[in-house]
Unconditional design. Structure first.
Lengths: 153, 262
């Protein structure tokens, strides 16, 4: 599948939501933990070799699940391949919790849910649809019913 | 650079709702002819398929940091381009089948970025806090009682909509106020020690009132033509630069407001 790699690499250089040096282990059997600089930018997790400018790779953080594996370790699995885990080792429990929180909030889907919640509440309390002023009240992504199935955990 | 391509392709075709779908002509990179492709927009990812029935996308355009412009094309009417800021970035030229489709796609793509979504969410979050503050301090003036208390909905089996969806978008569509029982439930995402799902289900909170959160009555539908003061552009507009400027201005305004609220 083709993708606009140059633009994605450019994105990896933008200010990040969160960045740190973590231990990272890929999902393949035989993968070992390696120190990587991990950067969270919009809904992508980029990972770099230490002191390198070009990312080795990127993970799109949609349709994935983040789990606490240990005190300082979290994992990311993608729903289409749930047996394959990417593991991340943090330096502290606090850092681990912060990363999990950040990644959960980093998906477009989770933002959409927040937005629908806020929109509904504001309308309930004020009688006004806050999206009207932006001219985006009709957009599919902001509708309560967008055919989303109940979440399976 | 590696990408979790398999999972990205899964995202394209999984049952999460697309934000927009339709046929567009896309100019090839080497072969400069325009090819008709099936497009699916989800969030900030624009996928394209050989055919509507294809199982896997040919490719994806990550829309972060892009601008969308209308453009003149020698061979195609209703052409527009997706451009990026980076050096040697490719320009993706596309053409719709008619004027309304072109405008609809340009509008959707201009606002597809995560950044834009985040701005809107932050703005609404701020507004909600303001409103809740006011409600707390002036309970007597609260105009809450528009709705009847309802049985707390279970999971989101039959949620209510705000308004009609765009005609080009696939998926269920409804119009007007639904009289069905509220089925929407949601809760704010929290991180759990034993794992957090990306697909968090919201559960009714309602400022602790206990009654089910009910999606409000449908706000009046914006007129498709003529537009309100916020929307000087109507489907009949022939001024391309006006269209373009207006989309850009909107994002700029949001950004300014957001920055001021920080």
């Amino acid at each position: 599948m083709r993708f606009n790699e140059k633009e994605l690499v450019f994105l990896s250089r933008q200010p990040s939501e969160r960045a740190a040096e973590l231990g990272m282990k890929g999902p393949k059997k035989g993968d070992v933990v390696k120190r990587r600089v991990v950067k969270l930018i919009v809904n992508f997790l980029f990972y770099f070799r230490i002191d390198e400018d070009e990312p080795i790779g990127a993970l799109l953080l949609e349709q994935c699940r983040v789990e606490r594996e240990d005190d300082q370790v979290f994992s990311i699995v993608f729903l289409d391949e749930a047996e394959r885990k990417y593991l991340f080792e943090c330096d502290s429990q606090e850092q681990c919790v912060e990363w999990i929180d950040a990644i959960v909030k980093a998906s477009y889907e989770s933002m959409r849910k927040n937005l629908i919640y806020y929109r509904t509440e504001i309308h309930r309390l004020t009688g006004k649809d806050p999206l009207e002023q932006y001219g985006i009240s009709d957009e599919t992504r902001f509708q309560v019913n967008s055919g989303l199935p109940p979440a399976d955990t | 650079m590696k990408l979790n391509e398999k999972s990205v392709a899964y995202y394209a075709t999984c049952n999460s709702p697309p934000d927009k779908t339709g046929f567009l002509f896309k100019k090839g990179e080497r072969n400069t002819a325009y090819h008709r492709r099936w497009f699916i927009l989800k969030g900030n990812m624009l996928f394209y398929f050989e055919e509507r029935e294809s199982r896997e996308p040919i490719g994806v355009i990550v829309l972060e940091g892009c601008t969308v412009e209308l453009c003149e094309s020698e061979s195609e009417e209703f052409a527009f381009a997706v451009k990026f800021d980076c050096v040697k970035a490719r320009v993706y030229k596309m053409a719709a089948e008619n004027q309304p489709a072109m405008e609809s796609w340009v509008k959707a793509l201009s606002r597809a970025s995560f950044d834009y979504m985040r701005l809107v969410v932050k703005e609404l979050e701020r507004q909600l806090e303001e409103v809740q503050e006011e409600a707390r301090s002036s309970q007597a003036k609260n105009k809450l009682k528009k709705h009847q208390p309802q049985v707390q909905g279970a999971t989101s089996s039959q949620p209510t909509t705000f308004s009609l969806q765009n005609a080009e978008i696939t998926g269920p569509s409804q119009e007007g106020v639904s009289s069905r029982e509220n089925g929407v439930s949601w809760s704010k995402p929290t991180s759990l020690p034993n794992g957090v799902s990306e697909g968090c289900v919201w559960e009714g909170d309602c400022c602790g009132k206990g009654d089910g959160v009910k999606p409000p009555t449908v706000p009046p539908r914006r007129k498709p033509s003529g537009g309100s003061p916020e929307s000087p552009v109507s489907p009949g507009t022939g001024s391309f630069s006006k269209l373009h400027d207006w989309y850009g201005q909107e994002v700029a305004e949001l950004r300014t407001e957001w920055l001021q609220s920080q």
